[in-house]
Design a protein around this ligand. Structure first.
Ligand SMILES: [Fe+2]
Length: 376
């Protein structure tokens, strides 16, 4: 599948999208030759690449012409750690000092049959927060489920079953795989672009947010569309001592968006500001601009102080030193730890196509699913 195949823009990436109101609205915008809204990074980046272009078609054609002769290649030095695990030779490529490793040399369809390999991968994942694997395009959706089952319980698209969003205002929920209801399909094309940009951990508005999430890329833009990850242990360490003390016993309110509503009801949960990781014992900052707008009412914190504290905590998000980014190729899989990692899609790739599939993982140990803080 060519990533530049935008010729058939009238057809949605999946027929299930045809009648969705959000899809229809965005498609009407495309048919009216209006560029994507600049309120979305997808529109803002495209506008910055071709300032003054008001025709959507002209904008798309011009960007595609610039990107059309990109070719895939590899050059430059990559530092990696060679290791052999149960006879499998691996190359571990660190993406940034504290976060992110690409594991080269593993076939996720077969190599995890050995429990010792699973233990190795889990330890690496806990240490590196997010790990990625290249060249896994042969994995079927069912094999993705089997991969996830090595590390926990396969969750619903947003984790636990208590709250399963059914909002029409989230394009990511409109494509269903009847055999795998747990799967979230994330389509985006030139006609109806779609991206989850903005720092967040998945579904923290649930009482028991999913332990981990796994994405596989089925179709990637030739440039852009990376997913960025931010290390929440470093975010906690980066706060001033005074702020750490002030927020140590506070709880924050996590509110879902309209796209997370179930039967019109917006999900809300209250979680501690610092979070103890139930496996590593480390403390992460469990506050993010995506879903946290205030502290719990029981604290009676004046509005001015709330704003100042939230601003200070959110200034930790996305600091270059705390982040890594995964550039997607078809067959790249990334698994991250929602207990200590934020992520944000990079909404910069319009009018290219991007097609991803996501599964969530629940902790097999149910007693560890509710976030808690135990000072060390
Ligand atoms: Fe997400």
């Amino acid at each position: 599948m060519s990533s530049l195949d935008t010729t058939n823009n009238d057809a949605p990436q999946d027929p299930q999208l045809v009648d969705n109101p959000l899809y229809v609205r965005r498609k009407e915008r495309a048919e009216a030759d209006k560029p994507p809204s600049r309120g979305s990074p997808l529109g803002a980046v495209a506008a910055s690449r071709r300032p003054g272009t008001n025709s959507r078609k002209e904008l798309a054609d011009s960007i595609l012409a610039e990107d059309g002769d990109l070719v895939a290649g590899r050059f430059g030095t990559v530092w990696y750690k060679p290791v052999t695990v149960c006879g499998i030779d691996l190359k571990l490529e660190p993406l940034q000092p504290s976060i992110g490793t690409v594991v080269h040399g593993m076939d996720l369809a077969t190599d995890l049959d050995n429990p010792e390999v699973v233990t190795f991968v889990r330890q690496l994942w806990l240490q590196r927060r997010v790990i990625a694997f290249r060249g896994q395009e042969h994995l079927t959706r069912q094999q993705m489920v089997q991969f996830v089952e090595r590390f926990g319980i396969v969750g619903m698209p947003f984790g636990e079953k208590d709250h399963v969003p059914n909002s029409p205002y989230d394009l990511n929920q409109q494509v269903r795989d009847n055999d795998i209801p747990n799967l979230l399909v994330l389509p985006s094309d030139a006609t109806v672009p779609n991206i989850a940009s903005g720092w967040h951990a998945d579904a923290t508005w649930q009482k028991k947010p999913p332990m981990a999430s796994v994405l596989i890329c089925r179709e990637a833009p030739p440039v852009g569309g990376d997913t960025c990850f931010c290390d929440c242990y470093s975010m906690w360490e980066g706060l001033s001592k005074a702020t750490k003390e002030r927020v140590a016993n506070l709880k924050a309110v996590h509110i879902g968006s309209v796209g997370h509503q179930m039967d019109g009801k917006t999900p809300v949960s209250v979680h501690p500001v610092p979070r103890t990781h139930p496996e590593t014992g480390q403390t992460s900052l469990y506050v993010q601009q995506g879903f946290v707008k205030k502290f719990a009412d029981e604290h009676n914190i004046p509005q001015d102080e709330q704003r100042a504290l939230l601003r200070e905590m959110k200034s930790q998000e996305g600091r270059p030193e705390f982040t890594c980014r995964v550039k997607w190729e078809p067959g790249t899989i990334a698994m991250w730890d929602n207990r200590c990692v934020l992520h944000s899609g990079s909404g910069d790739y319009w009018p290219h196509r991007r097609f991803m599939e996501r599964l969530t993982i629940l902790d097999a140990d149910e007693s560890r699913r509710v976030p808690y803080y135990r000072p060390t």
